[in-house]
Design a protein around this ligand. Sequence first.
Ligand code: KIV
Length: 299
Amino acid sequence: MSGRAPVTLPRLAEMKAAGEPISMVTAYDYPSARVAEEAGVDMVLVGDTAAMVVLGYPGTEPVSMDEMVMLGRAVRRGLETPLMVGDMPMGSYEASNELAVHSAQRLVKETGCQVVKLEAGGTSVERARAIIRSGIPVMGHVGLTPQTATALGGYKTQGKTAQGAVKLCEDALALQSVGCFAIVFEAVPAAITETIVERLEVPTIGIGAGPATAGQVLVFHDLLGITTGRVPKFVKRYADVHAAMVDGVRQFVDEVRSGHFPAADHVYGVEPSELAEFKHYLDQESLTSQKAWDWEPLS
Ligand code: KIV
């Protein structure tokens, strides 16, 4: 047990009011959830970035609801205190309010997440309203919304023009007006974020959006250096876990090849009398599978 009180929606609002920064990380399995729990984060997002960082898809679009449910269930088993956010995958909410409510209920019922997140754009405000009316709290997401990155011109900073910033501000205000309890700002110039968050009452969580948001989120695999290759400018690496993992597995391979593994510490012993009896049997008999099956100890 962590000894911390579970993080609730009122607690998040309180943190924002008190200027106490909110921390959020993604998690996609039991071990990453345990790390988030033990590190004391406030919110854990089972993000659809899972598509890229753990399932190896080129974008977030292909990940299915079934896949998100499987990952979410594992995360739930590792969490005690952070608020767990389930990300609604592309295709699970856009088409109708009924679909959105059904999908949100499925995420909550089957994974145990307490709230859901959906990406803004198009019909999302209506969908968020419907889900909130059904009793499930919703986190909005504005700026760079990876599910619709193609329509946005790629994985690019959003709100860089006055017109773009107005649109972003309108999206955020609309999500707040339908009752979203928090809003993620992704890849937005810091000064634009600052100007918008001053006009919002709900907590905002930034990723590549500067320091003005009430909290910050990073993708688990990015911040720990589990992902390799190019990462967005806003990622700060706090560890190089990929290198440590490759190094560990390489040492294992080397030791298997050189015969240094397993050593005495890693093997099970057997009573010498049992071993002797076994060897005696083998010396007496020519062992076949049938005989081994029939064999019974003499005493
Ligand atoms: O899916 C995700 O991980 C996200 C974060 C980048 C906020 O939406």
